[in-house]
Design a protein around this ligand. Structure first.
Ligand SMILES: [Zn+2]
Length: 142
């Protein structure tokens, strides 16, 4: 049966016991048998699809859960869709702060080294001066 006996329009899905157009119940055993079989096949397909979706979701959760929490510890990919502007902004601030801290530490180290060198130079000069003074008064010891 291809057309509705009531409205004569083409029966589309062959899954409903009724005409999709006018709602007339199709009084045809062969059609109803086919429709029932199609409904069952559709239900099975739907159930398989649901099961696959659930499995896919569970796999994803397992994979991204930290190791030790039943997961594989895979890093969650931080796509642009997952990241808010504030997140990125905060990360940039943190990185700039870290770079500033490193720069400050480097400057402090360089200043310390310069001070140590200056102190070393001053002591060398002191020694030199003391030696010169010794030389100046050496003749008096005679
Ligand atoms: Zn109809």
């Amino acid at each position: 049966m291809q057309n509705c006996p009531a409205c004569q329009r083409k029966l589309i899905s062959h899954i409903s016991p009724r005409c999709n157009w006018c709602g007339h119940e199709i009084q045809d055993a062969a059609y109803q048998e086919e429709a029932e079989a199609r409904r069952q096949a559709h239900a099975i397909e739907q159930a398989q699809h649901d099961a696959q979706s659930r499995q896919w979701f569970q796999n994803t959760v397992d994979a991204y859960s930290p190791a030790g929490f039943g997961g594989l510890g895979v890093n969650v990919p931080m796509g642009t869709m997952r990241r808010t502007h504030a997140d990125i902004q905060q990360e940039v601030h943190m990185r700039l702060a870290a770079e500033a801290a490193i720069a400050a530490a480097t400057q402090a180290r360089l200043a310390q080294e310069a001070a140590a060198q200056a102190e070393e130079k001053r002591r060398a000069e002191e020694r030199e001066e003391a030696k010169a003074a010794d030389d100046r008064f050496r003749h008096l010891e005679l």
